[in-house]
Ligand binder design. Structure first.
Ligand SMILES: Cc1cc2nc3c(=O)[nH]c(=O)nc-3n(C[C@H](O)[C@H](O)[C@H](O)COP(=O)(O)OP(=O)(O)OC[C@H]3O[C@@H](n4cnc5c(N)ncnc54)[C@H](O)[C@@H]3O)c2cc1C
Ligand SMILES: *[C@@H]1O[C@H](CO)[C@@H](O)[C@H](O)[C@H]1NC(C)=O
Ligand SMILES: *[C@@H]1O[C@H](CO)[C@@H](O)[C@H](O)[C@H]1NC(C)=O
Length: 502
């Protein structure tokens, strides 16, 4: 294990503890000196990680915590939207990704979904797909099947490098070295479907090794099954109902946006956007990596260099689902469609909700874009995005008079100061030590958890769940011990060998 924890009373700490501790910030200290704290722990953010951290503290017999959430509901990136005043669609997380194989480890999200009777449908996104390109329906199923084999080869060749301690590279290098060098629009669209559509980023932006172990840790450890939530209460119901079972009114503040987080040796002071101050012994920050990268919240003192380096070397991907509701269905009967444009990543992945497995008769179709393309459309007016999409549909269905949609919606994740993207993605320059540092507390008072701090399951709901639980367990141990130093970090991340620049 890379972490150790000192569950020792604070008075036992020696000089090394003092040199490591923060200098006292006078005004923060003055606020804390005024006496009674609002709670032992403030949990910053009410998404999967925050709610599961709270539940874990509760199970550990610690009730003195408050969840602080900017929105007026729990859920975070589990976010639903009413389309056409009629259908609940998920603009954020939608799938249970990986379930269980035999009596192997189960995805905890699947366990929660069963417990709260969420309507789930198996989503056959490799088997039920129709292919199109700019000239209309075009059968490139062979190319698509080849892209599945290419992805398998990518993860296998990565696996072969690990025991040999060969360096990481981008997934693009990995693809090229393992013989996959897509060049036609159909090949690029097929590769996009295997890669960008999962990671929210391109192979150029992504680590070869981490993409491979992330894929294995979810789809080979749990299972290859993807279950789509079609629950009209919203997928977030798993968090709502979980919270309802233990959370009391005094343990949560909604509509409360954190503006600054101040720490001193004796505690934390959180200032909300409306000026309210809350004090505690500890803060557990579950804000997205994107929020930390964009300075939406001020940390006083500023985070140490090792933490800033970790925050800025992990990447945040964007994944945007654009929903259209039409008077009636005019499209494919499969669950999915793949569209190959001349430009890679231009409106490539289409998903029909008007399908017997999902919401028959709903007239809803959505298209997903990622990364740079997401950021591009976020800066455009809805009407302009809709016009582009209708033109693509016209190319896919040359014989259909495409009707105007009756409803249209997409979430601008990247520009939202509460998210700044969709989920984290591990780039080739992010080293194992950076991962340790992203997860580590910056002093005894300020802790971190969320999908991005998960080594095995970054990007996923189950990653956020595991981190909320594991970090809360460490905090509980720390509280019971009367203080601790917490997780180890690496002060300077170095190359194994120096660069030879002579
Ligand atoms: C479009 C999209 C699709 C996805 N699809 C899937 C999927 O199908 N399956 C899957 O497993 N995962 C999926 N994910 C990933 C999954 O949603 C996340 O990994 C998970 O929800 C993250 O939980 P979290 O608790 O770490 O963070 P969050 O859910 O972001 O929780 C952090 C909370 O902090 C709050 N907050 C932020 N700033 C402040 C502030 N200043 N003051 C107060 N509160 C603040 C936010 O409102 C939020 O509620 C998807 C994500 C997106 C965006
Ligand atoms: C939060 O704000 C919304 C809208 O401003 C309001 O409807 C809701 O009651 C508020 N919730 C809480 C818990 O204050
Ligand atoms: C992923 O799983 C495959 C199949 O078991 C294996 O060959 C490969 O080495 C694994 N890759 C990594 C990076 O663990």
């Amino acid at each position: 294990m890379l972490y150790w924890i000192y569950a020792l009373p604070l008075y036992l700490f020696s000089a090394s503890w003092r040199s490591w501790a923060l200098p006292i910030v006078t005004d923060t200290q003055a606020i804390l000196d005024t006496g009674h704290k609002n709670a032992k722990i403030l949990i910053l953010g009410g998404g999967m990680a925050g709610v599961i951290a709270a539940r874990t503290l509760h199970e550990q017999g610690i009730e003195d915590f408050i969840i602080i959430e900017a929105r007026n509901e729990l859920g975070g990136r589990m976010m639903s939207h009413r389309l056409g005043d009629e259908w609940t669609v998920e603009v954020g997380a939608n799938w249970v990704q990986g379930t269980q194989t035999g009596d192997g480890p189960a995805n905890p999200i699947w366990t929660l979904a069963k417990k709260h009777h969420i309507s789930l449908h198996s989503s056959d996104y490799f088997g039920s797909i129709t292919t199109y390109d700019y000239s209309g329906p075009t059968d490139f199923q062979d190319t698509f099947q080849e892209s599945i084999r290419n992805f398998d080869r990518l993860t296998a060749t990565a696996g072969a490098r690990v025991p040999q301690r060969l360096v990481d590279m981008t997934a693009r290098s990995g693809y090229s070295l393992s013989g996959a060098r897509p060049s036609s629009p159909q090949e690029m669209a097929s590769e996009y479907y295997q890669f960008d559509w999962e990671f929210g980023a391109t192979p150029e932006e992504t680590s070869w090794l981490a993409a491979s172990w992330a894929h294995n840790n979810t789809f080979r450890t749990f299972s290859r099954q993807n279950l789509l939530s079609t629950d009209q209460r919203g997928f977030k119901t798993i968090l709502r109902q979980e919270a309802d079972a233990f959370l009391t009114d005094g343990q949560i503040r909604l509509n409360a946006t954190v503006a600054t987080v101040r720490t001193s040796t004796s505690g934390v002071v959180i200032t909300l956007a409306d000026g309210t101050q809350l004090t505690a012994d500890y803060a557990l920050c579950t804000f997205s990596l994107g929020v930390l990268q964009h300075d939406d919240v001020r940390f006083i003192p500023a985070m140490p260099a090792w933490k800033q380096e970790a925050i800025h070397s992990m990447a945040m991907g964007t994944y945007t689902k654009i929903f259209l509701q039409f008077p009636e269905k005019f499209w494919f009967d499969t669950e999915m469609a793949l569209y190959a444009d001349h430009e890679r990543g231009r409106y490539p992945v289409w998903q029909s909700l008007d399908h017997e497995s999902f919401y028959p008769g709903c007239g809803i179709l959505f298209v997903t874009v990622t990364g740079e393309f997401s950021r591009r459309i976020e800066s455009m007016a809805d009407a302009a995005v809709q016009a582009e999409i209708l033109a693509v549909l016209q190319a896919m269905f040359p014989d259909v008079a495409i009707p105007d949609p009756v409803d249209f919606h997409f979430q601008r994740w990247y520009n939202d100061p509460l998210f700044r993207g969709s989920y984290s993605n591990w780039p080739a320059n992010f080293l194992s030590e950076h991962q340790v540092n992203l997860r580590a507390n910056v002093n005894e008072r300020l802790w971190f958890a969320g999908e991005a701090t998960s080594k095995k399951h970054f990007g996923y709901l189950h990653g956020a769940y595991g981190e909320g639980r594991d970090i809360a367990l460490l905090l509980a141990e720390c509280i019971r011990g009367g203080g601790c130093m917490g997780l180890e970090h690496v002060d300077r991340v170095r190359n194994a060998l120096p660069y030879d620049v002579a």
